[in-house]
Design a protein. Structure first.
Ligand code: SF4
Ligand code: ZN
Ligand code: ZN
Length: 331
């Protein structure tokens, strides 16, 4: 039997059990937009930020995030730069980049699409094979490095990631289970920039359930690539953790939002007590000068080992040129 929206007379399209709300399309959109706006305002992002680089893969989360931030950019003085990295994965990367390009044009947002093969002469599959690393871990190194470079060179205040509430709980639980407690500290809605070497991260969907991000995209006709990356492992740890968390949420609606609220609070207290210089040692890579966990960053280390020389500094020059040639009004 169709139900009425809890906030108007229209028919509800979803039942948000943990909030005891049945919402129509319009009120679902407002509900999610408010969640995003409130987390960004809480950390004073909308008042103090000028430039945000958006990491957009073409999937539902990053595309829905693009739409929400674009709407916020109509009301706040923030400039957006959509960034997509074409990893050269069979037809998948080309299709994803195309969706990102078309949608950025449709919304009138500046965008940059960089092709890994143009930059390094290898796609992600060949690079990881040469480096003898799993494709996903190599992919993580390359994406993090490129996003940071693009954000630094375009003088952005933040890189916005499309991670939703379910992703963050799964990543943080995985870090906890593997004993990597130091990494836990980064799963906050916002991390700060480190002058000249790393641009801070934003997670605007920190309190948005995966299901809500999907509904937001579908009901607002936000295009996205439906198929998963073909290189994704069949049953990743994150996937199993998510299924486990979903089964608990089914029994106890709201447990996930309660956990993410607790995580946010505990990490904020931890961050306050941590002296970054002492406890989380920050290094500058001796080749490229960017943030590193030791004297050489993972990117320079891998390219030196696999391709014969560390390529970070060269890549930085290339990215600088791409941004200059594009002559984006973002800059
Ligand atoms: Fe990269 Fe792995 Fe994600 Fe594919 S599944 S985009 S290879 S991290
Ligand atoms: Zn309504
Ligand atoms: Zn380096």
């Amino acid at each position: 039997m169709p139900y009425r929206c809890s906030r108007c007379d229209k028919q509800a399209i979803t039942n948000i059990k943990y909030a005891r709300l049945r919402l129509c399309r319009e009120h679902l959109t407002t509900y999610i937009e408010k969640k995003v706006e409130s987390i960004l305002r809480k950390y004073k992002v909308l008042e103090t930020t000028r430039r945000i680089v958006l990491a957009v893969s073409g999937g539902k989360d990053s595309m829905a995030m693009t739409w929400v931030l674009w709407r916020l950019s109509q009301r706040y003085p923030i400039k957006l730069l959509v960034t997509n990295i074409d990893l050269g994965i069979d037809g998948y990367s080309r299709r994803s980049s195309e969706i990102v390009r078309k949608y950025s044009q449709e919304l009138g947002i500046d965008y940059i699409i960089v092709k890994l093969e143009d930059l390094l002469a290898y796609n992600i599959k060949s690079l990881s094979r040469l480096a003898r690393r799993s494709t996903c871990s190599m992919c993580g190194v390359v994406k993090r490095y490129l996003l940071n470079l693009i954000a630094l060179e375009s003088k952005a205040d933040y890189v916005a990631l499309g991670h939703n509430l379910d992703d963050i709980l799964a990543y943080s639980l995985k870090s906890f289970l593997s004993g990597d407690y130091i990494s836990l500290v980064k799963f906050t809605p916002i991390t700060k920039s480190i002058d000249g070497i790393a641009v801070g991260r934003l997670r605007p969907f920190y309190k948005v359930y995966e299901k809500e991000a999907l509904l937001l995209a579908l009901t607002n006709k936000v295009p996205f690539i439906v198929d998963e990356c073909p290189l994704r492992p069949e049953s990743s740890i994150e996937f199993r953790i998510k299924s486990f968390l979903n089964s608990i949420e089914e029994e106890k609606p709201g447990i996930k939002i309660q956990w993410i609220n607790n995580l946010e609070k505990s990490l904020r207290d931890m961050q306050r007590n941590l002296d970054v210089g002492e406890n989380l040692r920050v290094y500058k890579c001796s080749y490229c000068g960017l943030l590193s966990k030791s004297s050489i960053c993972s990117f320079c280390n891998t390219t030196k080992r696999v391709l014969g020389r560390p390529l970070g500094a060269e890549l930085r020059e290339t990215i600088k040129r791409i941004i200059m040639v594009k002559n984006s009004p973002f800059i």
